[in-house]
Design a protein around this ligand. Structure first.
Ligand SMILES: Cc1cc2nc3c(=O)[nH]c(=O)nc-3n(C[C@H](O)[C@H](O)[C@H](O)COP(=O)(O)OP(=O)(O)OC[C@H]3O[C@@H](n4cnc5c(N)ncnc54)[C@H](O)[C@@H]3O)c2cc1C
Length: 82
């Protein structure tokens, strides 16, 4: 796989609450989010999804919508030496 640099020089590991909000707050500077999922799971509403009062699709936030200037990538390997 070819080497790639993180967008805006910021690599965010994990697209959960911390990673998603960091990438969002970086705004137009952008970032590269490395995470197994391309969405943020809104955990406080998981009980409603499990009990059927909310549809599961309503407790996930696509990272491409939450962080429009960031790119998402599936974790493969990260070289932190550079
Ligand atoms: C049912 C439930 C209800 C909750 N309700 C509340 C609440 O009401 N209020 C509150 O304050 N907190 C609540 N929490 C706690 C809250 O969800 C966590 O504190 C918060 O998600 C932690 O954020 P985080 O970014 O550290 O981790 P996470 O949000 O869990 O994000 C971690 C991310 O890292 C990714 N990841 C994992 N392994 C790798 C890897 N090897 N490489 C790259 N990425 C990886 C994961 O896929 C995920 O996207 C709740 C939790 C649960 C489970």
């Amino acid at each position: 796989m070819a080497d790639r640099e993180a967008i805006g020089g910021t690599l965010v590991l994990g697209g959960g609450f911390a990673g998603g909000y960091v990438a969002r707050l970086l705004g137009k500077r952008g970032a590269t989010i490395v995470s197994p999922e391309n969405f943020m799971l809104y955990t406080p509403m998981l009980p409603e999804a499990a009990s059927g009062t909310l549809e599961p699709r309503h407790v996930v936030v696509p990272l491409r919508m939450m962080c429009p200037h960031a790119e998402w990538s599936y974790p493969v390997s990260v070289d932190t030496s550079g």
